[in-house]
Write a protein that binds this ligand. Structure first.
Ligand code: ADP
Ligand code: MG
Length: 308
Protein backbone atom coordinates (compact mmCIF):
# COMPACT_ATOMS: atom_id res chain seq x y z
CA UNK A 1 0.00 0.00 0.00
CA UNK A 2 1.21 3.51 -0.78
CA UNK A 3 2.31 5.47 2.26
CA UNK A 4 0.12 8.39 3.30
CA UNK A 5 1.86 11.74 3.47
CA UNK A 6 1.09 13.32 6.82
CA UNK A 7 1.87 16.93 7.67
CA UNK A 8 2.62 17.17 11.39
CA UNK A 9 2.07 20.69 12.69
CA UNK A 10 3.59 21.67 16.02
CA UNK A 11 5.10 24.75 17.60
CA UNK A 12 3.05 27.75 16.56
CA UNK A 13 2.82 31.20 18.07
CA UNK A 14 0.74 30.75 21.25
CA UNK A 15 1.91 30.68 24.86
CA UNK A 16 1.68 26.88 24.62
CA UNK A 17 4.40 26.68 21.94
CA UNK A 18 6.85 24.67 24.06
CA UNK A 19 4.20 22.14 25.03
CA UNK A 20 3.22 21.77 21.40
CA UNK A 21 6.82 21.21 20.25
CA UNK A 22 7.30 18.49 22.84
CA UNK A 23 4.03 16.78 21.87
CA UNK A 24 5.04 17.07 18.22
CA UNK A 25 8.30 15.19 18.90
CA UNK A 26 6.43 12.39 20.65
CA UNK A 27 3.73 12.14 18.01
CA UNK A 28 6.48 12.00 15.37
CA UNK A 29 8.18 9.14 17.24
CA UNK A 30 4.95 7.17 17.60
CA UNK A 31 3.65 7.48 14.03
CA UNK A 32 4.13 4.24 12.11
CA UNK A 33 6.73 5.07 9.43
CA UNK A 34 5.72 1.96 7.46
CA UNK A 35 2.33 3.59 6.92
CA UNK A 36 3.18 7.26 6.83
CA UNK A 37 5.65 9.65 5.30
CA UNK A 38 5.67 12.36 7.96
CA UNK A 39 6.70 15.95 7.18
CA UNK A 40 6.93 18.40 10.06
CA UNK A 41 5.96 22.08 9.94
CA UNK A 42 6.10 24.84 12.54
CA UNK A 43 3.29 27.25 11.64
CA UNK A 44 5.14 30.07 13.38
CA UNK A 45 7.64 30.25 10.52
CA UNK A 46 6.71 27.63 7.92
CA UNK A 47 3.19 28.37 6.70
CA UNK A 48 4.55 29.13 3.21
CA UNK A 49 6.21 25.75 2.93
CA UNK A 50 3.00 24.04 4.07
CA UNK A 51 0.98 25.90 1.43
CA UNK A 52 3.53 24.99 -1.26
CA UNK A 53 3.50 21.31 -0.28
CA UNK A 54 -0.32 21.12 0.04
CA UNK A 55 -0.96 19.16 -3.19
CA UNK A 56 1.13 16.22 -1.95
CA UNK A 57 -0.28 16.10 1.62
CA UNK A 58 -2.94 13.46 2.34
CA UNK A 59 -3.83 14.59 5.87
CA UNK A 60 -2.63 16.90 8.57
CA UNK A 61 -2.17 16.25 12.28
CA UNK A 62 -2.55 19.54 14.11
CA UNK A 63 -0.64 19.25 17.38
CA UNK A 64 -1.01 22.91 18.33
CA UNK A 65 -2.61 24.39 21.43
CA UNK A 66 -4.16 27.77 22.10
CA UNK A 67 -4.74 30.66 19.68
CA UNK A 68 -3.45 30.23 16.08
CA UNK A 69 -3.73 26.47 16.23
CA UNK A 70 -6.61 25.26 18.35
CA UNK A 71 -8.92 28.18 17.63
CA UNK A 72 -10.01 27.53 14.03
CA UNK A 73 -7.44 29.67 12.25
CA UNK A 74 -5.20 26.81 11.14
CA UNK A 75 -8.30 24.70 10.47
CA UNK A 76 -9.56 27.43 8.12
CA UNK A 77 -6.25 27.50 6.26
CA UNK A 78 -6.32 23.72 5.83
CA UNK A 79 -9.94 23.88 4.61
CA UNK A 80 -8.85 26.40 1.97
CA UNK A 81 -5.97 24.15 0.97
CA UNK A 82 -8.24 21.11 0.82
CA UNK A 83 -6.19 19.16 3.39
CA UNK A 84 -8.15 16.96 5.82
CA UNK A 85 -7.14 17.20 9.48
CA UNK A 86 -8.01 15.44 12.71
CA UNK A 87 -10.81 16.64 14.92
CA UNK A 88 -12.93 19.73 15.08
CA UNK A 89 -13.38 22.25 12.25
CA UNK A 90 -13.36 26.05 12.20
CA UNK A 91 -16.62 26.70 14.04
CA UNK A 92 -16.20 24.25 16.90
CA UNK A 93 -12.53 25.14 17.37
CA UNK A 94 -13.35 28.84 17.68
CA UNK A 95 -16.26 28.19 20.05
CA UNK A 96 -14.30 25.87 22.32
CA UNK A 97 -11.33 28.25 22.46
CA UNK A 98 -13.58 31.02 23.75
CA UNK A 99 -14.59 30.05 27.27
CA UNK A 100 -17.54 32.52 27.29
CA UNK A 101 -19.03 31.20 24.04
CA UNK A 102 -18.50 27.65 25.31
CA UNK A 103 -20.22 28.36 28.64
CA UNK A 104 -23.26 29.83 26.88
CA UNK A 105 -23.60 26.72 24.75
CA UNK A 106 -23.08 24.39 27.73
CA UNK A 107 -25.81 26.25 29.59
CA UNK A 108 -28.18 25.91 26.62
CA UNK A 109 -27.43 22.19 26.57
CA UNK A 110 -28.32 21.93 30.27
CA UNK A 111 -24.75 21.35 31.43
CA UNK A 112 -23.94 22.91 34.81
CA UNK A 113 -21.06 25.43 34.81
CA UNK A 114 -19.52 27.29 37.75
CA UNK A 115 -21.24 30.69 38.27
CA UNK A 116 -19.21 33.34 36.41
CA UNK A 117 -18.93 36.87 35.14
CA UNK A 118 -17.04 38.08 32.07
CA UNK A 119 -15.04 41.30 32.12
CA UNK A 120 -13.47 43.35 29.32
CA UNK A 121 -10.20 45.21 29.61
CA UNK A 122 -11.81 48.67 29.85
CA UNK A 123 -14.26 47.71 32.63
CA UNK A 124 -13.71 48.72 36.23
CA UNK A 125 -14.12 45.95 38.78
CA UNK A 126 -15.63 46.14 42.25
CA UNK A 127 -14.04 43.26 44.21
CA UNK A 128 -16.55 43.41 47.07
CA UNK A 129 -19.51 43.24 44.73
CA UNK A 130 -17.98 40.35 42.79
CA UNK A 131 -17.30 38.42 45.99
CA UNK A 132 -20.89 39.03 47.12
CA UNK A 133 -22.18 37.68 43.83
CA UNK A 134 -19.85 34.71 43.31
CA UNK A 135 -18.48 33.99 46.78
CA UNK A 136 -14.86 33.19 47.63
CA UNK A 137 -12.53 31.68 46.56
CA UNK A 138 -12.71 32.77 42.93
CA UNK A 139 -10.93 31.59 39.82
CA UNK A 140 -9.69 34.23 37.39
CA UNK A 141 -8.78 33.14 33.87
CA UNK A 142 -8.29 34.54 30.37
CA UNK A 143 -11.23 33.83 28.03
CA UNK A 144 -9.01 32.39 25.32
CA UNK A 145 -6.20 30.50 26.93
CA UNK A 146 -4.97 27.12 27.89
CA UNK A 147 -2.55 25.21 30.09
CA UNK A 148 -3.76 27.34 33.03
CA UNK A 149 -1.59 30.24 31.82
CA UNK A 150 -2.72 33.58 33.32
CA UNK A 151 -5.01 31.81 35.77
CA UNK A 152 -5.18 32.38 39.54
CA UNK A 153 -7.20 31.33 42.52
CA UNK A 154 -8.22 34.26 44.66
CA UNK A 155 -9.09 33.85 48.32
CA UNK A 156 -9.63 37.46 49.38
CA UNK A 157 -11.02 40.58 47.72
CA UNK A 158 -7.66 42.34 48.25
CA UNK A 159 -5.88 40.05 45.79
CA UNK A 160 -8.58 40.02 43.10
CA UNK A 161 -7.27 43.09 41.26
CA UNK A 162 -3.79 41.58 40.93
CA UNK A 163 -5.22 38.31 39.56
CA UNK A 164 -7.32 40.26 37.08
CA UNK A 165 -4.22 42.13 35.86
CA UNK A 166 -2.36 38.84 35.36
CA UNK A 167 -5.22 37.38 33.31
CA UNK A 168 -5.39 40.54 31.19
CA UNK A 169 -1.75 39.99 30.22
CA UNK A 170 -3.04 37.03 28.17
CA UNK A 171 -6.28 38.34 26.72
CA UNK A 172 -8.59 41.34 26.36
CA UNK A 173 -11.42 39.59 28.12
CA UNK A 174 -11.33 37.44 31.23
CA UNK A 175 -13.61 35.29 33.33
CA UNK A 176 -14.10 35.32 37.06
CA UNK A 177 -15.84 32.23 38.34
CA UNK A 178 -16.73 30.55 41.59
CA UNK A 179 -14.03 28.13 42.72
CA UNK A 180 -15.56 24.67 42.93
CA UNK A 181 -13.81 22.52 45.48
CA UNK A 182 -14.15 18.93 44.42
CA UNK A 183 -12.59 16.10 42.47
CA UNK A 184 -11.13 17.08 39.14
CA UNK A 185 -12.02 14.74 36.28
CA UNK A 186 -11.69 14.83 32.52
CA UNK A 187 -13.81 13.02 29.95
CA UNK A 188 -12.58 12.14 26.47
CA UNK A 189 -14.67 11.16 23.49
CA UNK A 190 -13.62 9.76 20.12
CA UNK A 191 -15.42 9.01 16.86
CA UNK A 192 -17.13 10.91 14.05
CA UNK A 193 -20.80 9.95 13.98
CA UNK A 194 -21.66 9.09 17.56
CA UNK A 195 -18.46 9.74 19.50
CA UNK A 196 -17.75 7.08 22.08
CA UNK A 197 -16.80 8.08 25.64
CA UNK A 198 -13.46 6.77 26.90
CA UNK A 199 -12.85 5.92 30.58
CA UNK A 200 -12.85 9.02 32.81
CA UNK A 201 -9.51 10.23 34.21
CA UNK A 202 -9.19 11.62 37.74
CA UNK A 203 -6.58 14.33 38.28
CA UNK A 204 -4.94 14.85 41.66
CA UNK A 205 -2.50 17.79 41.60
CA UNK A 206 0.47 17.17 43.90
CA UNK A 207 1.33 18.88 47.17
CA UNK A 208 1.61 22.64 46.92
CA UNK A 209 -0.63 22.81 43.86
CA UNK A 210 -4.10 24.06 44.65
CA UNK A 211 -5.26 23.41 41.14
CA UNK A 212 -4.06 21.87 37.90
CA UNK A 213 -1.66 24.72 37.12
CA UNK A 214 1.01 24.88 34.40
CA UNK A 215 3.70 23.27 36.52
CA UNK A 216 1.36 20.53 37.75
CA UNK A 217 0.36 19.87 34.13
CA UNK A 218 3.83 19.52 32.66
CA UNK A 219 6.23 18.40 35.38
CA UNK A 220 6.51 14.63 35.29
CA UNK A 221 5.30 12.99 38.49
CA UNK A 222 3.82 16.12 40.09
CA UNK A 223 0.25 15.20 39.36
CA UNK A 224 -1.35 11.85 39.91
CA UNK A 225 -3.63 10.82 37.08
CA UNK A 226 -5.84 7.85 37.76
CA UNK A 227 -7.86 6.07 35.11
CA UNK A 228 -10.56 4.95 35.49
CA UNK A 229 -11.47 7.65 38.02
CA UNK A 230 -12.32 6.35 41.50
CA UNK A 231 -15.94 7.43 41.31
CA UNK A 232 -19.06 5.30 41.26
CA UNK A 233 -20.68 3.91 38.13
CA UNK A 234 -23.53 6.44 38.04
CA UNK A 235 -21.19 9.41 38.30
CA UNK A 236 -18.86 7.89 35.72
CA UNK A 237 -21.78 7.53 33.35
CA UNK A 238 -22.88 11.09 34.03
CA UNK A 239 -19.36 12.43 33.39
CA UNK A 240 -19.18 10.49 30.12
CA UNK A 241 -22.58 11.81 29.05
CA UNK A 242 -21.50 15.34 29.91
CA UNK A 243 -18.33 14.92 27.83
CA UNK A 244 -20.42 13.75 24.88
CA UNK A 245 -22.97 16.54 25.38
CA UNK A 246 -20.23 19.20 25.64
CA UNK A 247 -18.60 17.81 22.49
CA UNK A 248 -21.81 18.09 20.51
CA UNK A 249 -22.90 21.42 22.08
CA UNK A 250 -19.69 23.01 20.77
CA UNK A 251 -19.96 21.40 17.32
CA UNK A 252 -16.82 19.34 17.90
CA UNK A 253 -15.79 16.50 15.63
CA UNK A 254 -13.57 13.43 15.85
CA UNK A 255 -12.38 13.73 19.41
CA UNK A 256 -12.25 16.09 22.36
CA UNK A 257 -11.59 16.18 26.08
CA UNK A 258 -13.83 18.00 28.52
CA UNK A 259 -12.52 19.12 31.92
CA UNK A 260 -14.98 18.89 34.80
CA UNK A 261 -15.17 19.12 38.58
CA UNK A 262 -17.21 16.72 40.68
CA UNK A 263 -18.59 18.12 43.91
CA UNK A 264 -20.81 15.81 45.93
CA UNK A 265 -23.07 14.42 43.21
CA UNK A 266 -22.89 17.46 40.94
CA UNK A 267 -20.57 17.73 37.98
CA UNK A 268 -19.57 21.16 36.67
CA UNK A 269 -18.17 21.54 33.17
CA UNK A 270 -15.08 23.78 32.92
CA UNK A 271 -14.01 23.61 29.30
CA UNK A 272 -13.58 21.42 26.24
CA UNK A 273 -10.19 20.89 24.59
CA UNK A 274 -10.44 20.33 20.85
CA UNK A 275 -6.75 19.46 20.56
CA UNK A 276 -6.04 17.73 23.85
CA UNK A 277 -2.45 17.15 24.99
CA UNK A 278 -0.82 14.48 22.84
CA UNK A 279 2.12 12.93 24.57
CA UNK A 280 1.85 9.23 25.43
CA UNK A 281 1.23 10.21 29.07
CA UNK A 282 -1.29 12.99 28.38
CA UNK A 283 -4.85 12.63 29.63
CA UNK A 284 -6.69 11.58 26.47
CA UNK A 285 -3.97 9.09 25.47
CA UNK A 286 -4.14 7.72 29.03
CA UNK A 287 -7.91 7.27 28.72
CA UNK A 288 -7.39 5.59 25.34
CA UNK A 289 -4.70 3.29 26.80
CA UNK A 290 -7.11 2.29 29.59
CA UNK A 291 -9.59 1.34 26.87
CA UNK A 292 -6.87 -0.79 25.24
CA UNK A 293 -5.89 1.67 22.49
CA UNK A 294 -2.13 2.27 22.24
CA UNK A 295 -0.73 5.74 21.45
CA UNK A 296 0.18 4.66 17.89
CA UNK A 297 -3.27 3.15 17.37
CA UNK A 298 -4.84 6.36 18.65
CA UNK A 299 -2.89 8.37 16.08
CA UNK A 300 -3.93 5.88 13.35
CA UNK A 301 -7.56 6.34 14.41
CA UNK A 302 -7.31 10.14 14.34
CA UNK A 303 -5.81 10.01 10.83
CA UNK A 304 -8.52 7.57 9.66
CA UNK A 305 -11.25 9.79 11.15
CA UNK A 306 -9.78 12.86 9.44
CA UNK A 307 -9.80 11.24 6.02
CA UNK A 308 -13.18 9.47 6.31
N1 ADP B 1 -14.21 27.12 38.63
C1 ADP B 1 -13.16 26.37 38.99
N2 ADP B 1 -13.14 25.75 40.20
C2 ADP B 1 -12.07 25.01 40.60
N3 ADP B 1 -10.97 24.82 39.85
C3 ADP B 1 -10.93 25.41 38.64
C4 ADP B 1 -12.01 26.19 38.13
N4 ADP B 1 -11.68 26.65 36.91
C5 ADP B 1 -10.45 26.17 36.65
N5 ADP B 1 -9.99 25.42 37.69
C6 ADP B 1 -8.68 24.75 37.76
O1 ADP B 1 -7.83 25.32 36.77
C7 ADP B 1 -7.47 24.36 35.77
C8 ADP B 1 -7.47 24.97 34.39
O2 ADP B 1 -8.75 25.51 34.10
P1 ADP B 1 -9.47 25.28 32.70
O3 ADP B 1 -10.77 26.01 32.75
O4 ADP B 1 -9.52 23.83 32.40
O5 ADP B 1 -8.54 26.06 31.67
P2 ADP B 1 -7.28 25.63 30.76
O6 ADP B 1 -7.75 25.90 29.37
O7 ADP B 1 -6.17 26.54 31.15
O8 ADP B 1 -6.99 24.18 31.01
C9 ADP B 1 -8.50 23.26 35.93
O9 ADP B 1 -7.97 22.04 35.45
C10 ADP B 1 -8.76 23.28 37.43
O10 ADP B 1 -7.70 22.64 38.13
MG1 MG C 1 -8.29 22.60 31.15
Amino acid sequence: MKKLTIALLSGGASSEREVSLKSGDQVYEALDKEKYKVIRYDPKTEINRLVADAPEIDACLIILHGPFGEDGTVQGLLDLLGIPYQGTGVLGSALAMNKIAAKKLYEKAGLPVPPYIAINRDEKIDPEKIADQLGLPLVVKPVQGGSSIGMSIVKSTETLKHAVDIAFEQDNSILIETYIKGIEITGSVIGNEKPEALPVVEIIPGKGHEFFDYEAKYTAGLTQETCPARINEDLTKKAQEYAQAAHSALFCKGYSRTDMILKNNDIYVLETNTIPGMTPTSLLPLAAATAGISFSELLDTLIELSIS
